[in-house]
Design a protein around this ligand. Structure first.
Ligand code: COA
Length: 147
């Protein structure tokens, strides 16, 4: 399906759509994770995947002085395992390279096995870090070097 997928920059209408849809896509109370700063402050690096003019995936990321960080990625449930997430990451990786950064990073909840498998398939190393987000709040941490 990725042949028909168009990756483009986020617009305000997309952000508004995602804030409404996120809980369904993620299966839990997660709308707050799409903090507006990811549109207003980092929107240049936020990406939308469209198929037949329908938004089917998003990537909210940002680039620091030395790494590209993916804060939130999500694919509409009916469009998973079709390469949409991979296409979004590939585009973000291109942006990282163009910005001169050579590392990428993302995190996920411990137990999010789908995310672990996805990141490993894309060449990330995955490790569990206890207390990463504070006492008793371990996270899976994904890192990738860009040669
Ligand atoms: C994780 C997520 C972003 C993956 O997106 P996707 O578009 O379905 O992934 P892709 O189709 O690009 O998958 C690329 C490869 O990753 C691996 N992969 C992806 N999802 C997987 C899963 N659930 N289980 C096992 N492997 C998986 C596979 O190797 C896959 O290649 P294949 O389908 O040819 O075998 C998507 O499942 C999602 O939105 N999940 C809910 C939100 C979430 O967990 N976000 C990540 C938190 S950091």
């Amino acid at each position: 399906m990725t042949q028909g997928v168009h990756i483009r920059g986020i617009r305000k209408a997309d952000y508004d759509f995602l804030v409404r849809e996120l809980d369904r896509w993620w299966g839990g109370p997660s709308g707050q994770r799409a903090d507006p700063m990811f549109f207003y402050e980092f929107g240049e690096h936020a990406l939308i995947a469209e198929h037949d003019s329908e938004v089917v995936g998003f990537l909210l990321g940002f680039i620091t002085v030395d790494l590209g960080y993916v804060h939130l990625v999500g694919i509409e449930p009916e469009h998973r395992r079709m390469g949409v997430g991979k296409a979004l990451y590939q585009r973000f990786e291109e942006r990282c390279r163009a910005a001169g950064v050579r590392r990428m990073k993302a995190i996920a909840a411990v137990g999010n096995d789908g995310s672990v498998a996805f990141h490993r398939a894309l060449g990330f190393e995955a490790r569990e870090e206890p207390d990463y987000a504070g006492p008793g709040r371990g996270r899976m941490v994904f890192t990738k070097s860009l040669p």
